[in-house]
Design a protein around this ligand. Structure first.
Ligand SMILES: Nc1ncnc2c1ncn2[C@@H]1O[C@H](COP(=O)(O)OP(=O)(O)OP(=O)(O)O)[C@@H](O)[C@H]1O
Ligand SMILES: [Mg+2]
Length: 306
């Protein structure tokens, strides 16, 4: 396997995932669907990348490819310096097991296992945890606020609680890359904020992880470091960490966003509308979000013990 030489940190940023011209064509009953049409993007270590875009634009397809459960027809997918499209089946299996936690769009809790067993399911030490492992899992359960639910089964939990169990399981697995497809899709705003807070706290406390979230929900931008908009199987707009930071601190769309928009998408007013909406949401809600007492300190203390 060749090491990709260009995978070097830019300033203090480390690119964790890079796709280059990824093409994915589904073939079913003689019908071809081009789900990804030359998609190139980057995701950084220690950051939350949010992927947005209309239904059917290829978001879940991209997540399946990043997780190694689906292979592209062409293009490369470089994860931590290795092109996973060149992996053998055994290497891919190992990659999925060791590197990836994937919370699917349709939740994948196992209905016949209770909450505790769902959380520990992916771990090799299920049923034979030592004291340190048990304590680590207990800390995660406490952090995610599931202490009262460990004996329940998924159908005895609310949608938000199920999402939190899935997050706890992803954390328990302790993989470098966490992929979440619509983690707040069905939730009311309170449950959604809780999941967002948790994702944000996970990012702060695990700076070695790369978190990629697909979402239709512009509120998610509040916790994003980087935004990718997909349209028709390609990146139609990318908002870098620096630009997003600028929007959050200055409260307005930076001038280069307009310039890039006219370069890439001169006939598409939707994108500018989306960005204006995004800007408004960010400036309106950021203050509210930051000023809320969300017991961050208490949660941080718990995280520090994990
Ligand atoms: N297994 C499959 N076989 C055939 N076509 C598929 C398959 N999976 C997805 N597609 C098609 O590929 C395109 C991209 O689908 P994908 O699920 O990636 O979209 P998405 O952006 O995640 O949409 P949503 O926001 O609705 O979840 C769609 O046109 C979809 O119909
Ligand atoms: Mg999807």
């Amino acid at each position: 396997m060749t090491e990709i030489k260009t995978m070097k940190p830019k300033s203090n940023t480390i690119i964790s995932i890079r796709t280059e011209n990824v093409i994915k064509i589904y073939k079913r009953k003689g019908v071809e669907t081009s789900a990804l049409r030359g998609l190139s993007c980057e995701m950084n270590k220690g950051e939350i990348t949010i992927i947005m875009g209309p239904s059917g634009c290829g978001k879940t397809t991209l997540m399946n490819i990043l997780s190694g459960i689906s292979l592209p027809n062409a293009g490369s997918v470089i994860v931590q310096g290795q092109d996973i499209t060149q992996y053998s089946e055994t290497q891919l299996e190992q990659f999925r097991r060791d590197k990836i936690s994937y919370i699917f769009q349709k939740l994948n809790l196992i209905p016949t296992l209770n909450v505790m067993d769902n959380i520990t399911f992916a771990l090799e030490y299920t049923n034979k945890m030592n004291e340190a492992q048990q304590s680590r899992i207990n800390n995660i359960i406490e952090l995610i606020g599931l202490e009262d639910h460990t004996k329940k089964f998924p159908d005895e939990l609310s949608g938000g609680e199920q999402q939190r169990v899935a997050l706890a399981a992803a954390l328990a697995k302790n993989s470098d890359i966490i992929l979440c497809d619509e983690p707040t899709g069905e939730l009311d705003s309170k449950a959604k904020m809780k999941v967002m807070e948790l994702l944000s706290i996970i990012k702060k406390n695990y700076p070695e992880k790369t978190i990629v979230i697909v979402s239709h929900d512009t509120d998610m931008n509040l916790i994003a470091d980087r935004l990718l908009y997909i349209r028709d199987g390609k990146i139609s707009y990318e908002m870098s960490t620096e630009k997003l930071q600028k929007i959050k601190t200055q409260g307005e769309i930076p001038i280069e966003v307009h310039a890039e928009k006219s370069l890439h998408n001169s006939n598409d007013e939707d994108l500018l509308t989306e960005l204006r909406e995004l800007n408004k949401i960010i400036s309106d809600k950021l203050e509210h979000y930051e000023s809320r007492n969300i017991q961050k300190h208490k949660l941080k203390e718990k995280m520090d013990n994990i």
